[in-house]
Design a protein around this ligand. Sequence first.
Ligand code: MSP
Length: 514
Amino acid sequence: MDKKNYYITTPIYYPSGKPHMGHAYSSIIADVFARFKRLDEYNVFFLTGTDEHGLKIQKAAEKNNQKPKEFCDNISKIFFDLTKTLNLSNDDFIRTTEARHHESVKFLWNKLVENNYIYLSKYNGWYSVSDEAYYNEDEIIDRDGKKVSVVSGSIVEWVEEESFFFKLSAFKEKLLKFYSKNPYFILPDSRKNEVISFVKGGLKDLSVSRKSFSWGIKVPNNETHVIYVWLDALTNYLSALNFPNKEDQLYKKFWPASLHIIGKDILRFHAIYWPAFLLAADIEPPNRVYGHGWILSDEKKMSKSKGNILDPLEIIKTYGLDQLRYYLVKEVSLGNDGNISNQNIENCINSDLANNYGNLCQRTLSFAEKNCKGLIPGDISLDDDDKNILNTFSDNLEKIRSLIDSQHLNEYVKFVINRSFDANKYFNDQEPWKKKDNKKRLNTIVYVSLEIVRKISILLSPIMPIVTNKALISLGLNIKDLNIESIKEHLTNKPGTKLRNQGILFKKIDKSDD
Ligand code: MSP
């Protein structure tokens, strides 16, 4: 595979209810990686969409007195609209009810049959409709008189019906070998260890069809069964590349996927079932699955019963989209659970955005407007202090790339925001306002500060595409014409360019009435 291709996906969301902050989180994280890679001149294919089959959706539609397809059309549209509201840069939005997906799932099913990994038998066991998952006996406990899964806490029901099975048990050793040959297939490491110990504990064959309801893709040659929704859903990652046409350019360029971003709750499906299905069908598994943590609302898991579901639209309305994106990337540690509260968002906006990056942009631009005729100054001479601060970018370019490639997103933002802190300090220490009779020095300080604004804005642009582009427009630039490599150069801000200050980037939140 060409090293310059990069295929990244979000989970496809159940359109069983309105999107919430957890969904927004998965999508924003994936978007940041997609944008960084595009800016680093990779061919990027970024996929998201909705997972529309199965009993969970059928029941939700019945509750609303709607036909499943009509119900899905409505809610899938809300998820689609959210991609615009979140300013996602996705290249495609797939729905599992689309014909292209049906074709791809049926092909995969037939391949599994052909390779002798599917057989007909009877399923007796526990099933959670809410997770669309089968659980072993030892994963079930009694809670308040109800049987629930220890894994997710969801209610399970007993199912006894004829079912097709996938020979998952045949994959125990193959998967363990695959994990050890591909040590970065599952990240973060803590999640990898969970998966490996689960697989070591032994894998039972997996029921991959249901008979007692009809909302799904029919099993080829046996229309009384629908294909298990997870086998159906996972295949979306192939369908969007025009699988089964392996000669298709999209498939050739982008499979295997570079990175599936998912929540930790759906790791078993992505890190065990998915590579097993693919290996069984002679298809290369993806390069990586990253299981992020949960977004908690006031330290608690969001749930309808607690009434603490966070609506991303409300937070965006109050604080702004880029502010929310920044908060999620900076303050939630990617592999772990993280909390959102108004207090935390406000602190983050004030300290990192208004007082730090926003202040840097504003003070250097307005100083240049007043003291350099509103132009990027030309007559400059860099001393060691200037070179040192500029070099922290060029010297760290490979480190920056590797933080992204290893999904160390929080470290990445910290690195960049610390550069902004250093640049503010540089501006204070250099005291350009005292250099009015040393024009060359004044020009140099302004020039260096503007150069740092340019570099930091480029590096923050995958996280805050709108606001950072305003900063770049102030410098007579546009992110469309820039790339990551260009943070290496020093003298790219063209002297003589007219500055077009776009005004204050982040309003400080007044917390005096708290
Ligand atoms: N349809 C399946 C995914 C199929 S992918 C082939 C599904 N859908 S979901 O809508 O329930 O969840 C989608 C994603 O949202 C999951 O990655 C899940 O972890 C994430 N989140 C849902 N609630 C969340 C939080 N509170 N916090 C963070 N993410 C969580 O699962």
